[in-house]
Design a protein around this ligand. Structure first.
Ligand SMILES: C[S@@+](CC[C@H](N)C(=O)[O-])C[C@H]1O[C@@H](n2cnc3c(N)ncnc32)[C@H](O)[C@@H]1O
Length: 383
């Protein structure tokens, strides 16, 4: 499907075209038990003089975008350090959000580093544009999925960059905006539409998925993306109930989950798992990640670094596997004694395991608790 790709250079706005598709995100309860709880990194010295503490610069409550957009960048210092943010570097932030990470990268790459910021959410871009406006022509904001980062880069006339960050969760602002439908807190559930589109240009909402999808598809999403006990029961009950009553508001779905007593007494609220699964499916979050990662590797300079912050075990598994394959290079079956594919390693690992937020960060920002960061470095092309 052809869609608009909107480019903002400093204060100017230019329109181009690019493929558009469905996309993603949020997080919290998606870690499969098989995924190790973490973490190899030794505790960081947060008192270091060179240590860039944006938390302090931006205030204890995170990034406040005027009166509405507030998002605290997760694993910020770890990202700056592990991605080697330095003066003059070119950075691609594939999930700009409110611009929290972007702001820190722009500070660290001053005076002349460039930041290309992508997001599919119009509100996020508008907030980030305002917050980052004082960086002038050093910022290039594009309304695009990171899935199409190749065309986004082409549109701003840049081919290769020194670092790429994908911070995959939904922003706090998206979760806290009832009209976007990412939140189903009981006090607002009667009025919260079943929407959950990351990209407001997309026409299909979660309400549409619940109206049109087969029981098999619904079951597979609940099971794969939510690990929901009782996925089949819920999928069938949705198909049954929608014959009489459409699912339009969060409360409609909450009532059904309650009636079926699915996942009662489990550690995770079953509604969280159901909403998460529908959000991931609607925005094709896993598909976007796989495509985006492949393109990210193509567009890194030798020595350039890629960082991915995941909030769900499936996101982390995709990231881990893409990095593992690029580190290995050769794709020949193990039974073949000599490599015939000729594929060389393209990445080397910077983090052997995932990096998780410190206890301090988790206590200040509980939404960071499920974050996992992996970083890898681009190897030079073989000559
Ligand atoms: C966790 S927030 C990023 C927050 C940001 N790092 C900050 O510090 O403010 C994730 C953002 O990614 C955006 N997003 C999700 N999927 C995307 C995709 N495929 N392409 C581009 N942006 C995406 C969401 O709209 C959201 O604004």
């Amino acid at each position: 499907m052809e869609g608009k790709l909107e480019i903002r250079l400093g204060t100017r706005s230019v329109l181009g075209t690019a493929k558009s598709e469905r996309h993603p995100e949020s997080g919290g309860e998606g870690w499969r038990s098989a995924v190790p709880r973490a973490i190899s990194k030794k505790p960081r010295d947060h008192s270091s003089k060179q240590h860039f503490d944006v938390q302090t610069k931006l205030g204890a409550s995170g990034v406040n975008m005027g009166t509405t957009f507030e998002h605290r960048p997760v694993l910020l210092n770890e990202c700056l350090e592990l991605l080697q943010a330095r003066p003059g570097a070119t950075v691609l932030d594939g999930t700009l959000g409110g611009g929290g990470h972007a702001c820190a990268f722009l500070e660290q790459t001053s005076p002349d580093g460039i930041l290309i910021g992508l997001d599919v959410d119009e509100d996020a871009l508008a907030a980030a544009e305002k917050t980052l406006s004082h960086f002038g022509t050093r910022i290039k904001l594009v309304r695009s999925s990171f899935r199409q980062l190749d065309s986004a880069l082409r549109n701003v006339g840049i081919d290769k960059v020194d670092m790429i960050l994908l911070d995959l969760g939904v922003s706090s602002w998206q979760i806290d905006s009832p009209a976007r439908g990412f939140r189903f807190a009981s006090e607002s559930a009667e009025e919260a539409p079943l929407d959950m589109r990351m990209d407001q240009r997309q026409s299909t909402t979660v309400a549409d998925l619940l109206r049109d999808s087969s029981a098999e598809d619904l079951q597979s999403w609940f099971s794969r993306y939510g690990e929901l006990p009782g996925s089949k029961k819920l999928a069938r009950a949705i198909v049954e109930r929608r014959r009489d009553t459409p699912f339009l508001y969060a409360q409609d779905l909450l009532d059904l989950i309650d009636d079926l007593r699915i996942g009662k007494g489990r550690k995770h609220n079953p509604a969280t798992l159901v909403f998460q699964a529908l959000r991931i499916a609607l925005n094709d979050e896993m598909g976007a990640l796989e495509e985006g990662l492949a393109k990210a590797i193509d567009h890194l300079n030798p020595g350039g670094r890629l960082g991915v912050i995941s909030y769900h075990s499936l996101e982390d598994r995709i990231t881990k596997n893409v990095i593992r394959d690029a580190v290995k290079g050769c794709v020949c079956p193990p039974r073949i004694p000599v490599c015939i594919c000729g594929q060389l390693p393209r990445l080397t690992k910077v983090t052997r395991r995932t990096v998780v937020p410190s206890k301090d960060e988790m206590s200040i920002n509980p939404r960071a608790r499920s974050a996992r960061l992996r970083v890898a470095e681009r190897l030079p092309e073989a000559v």
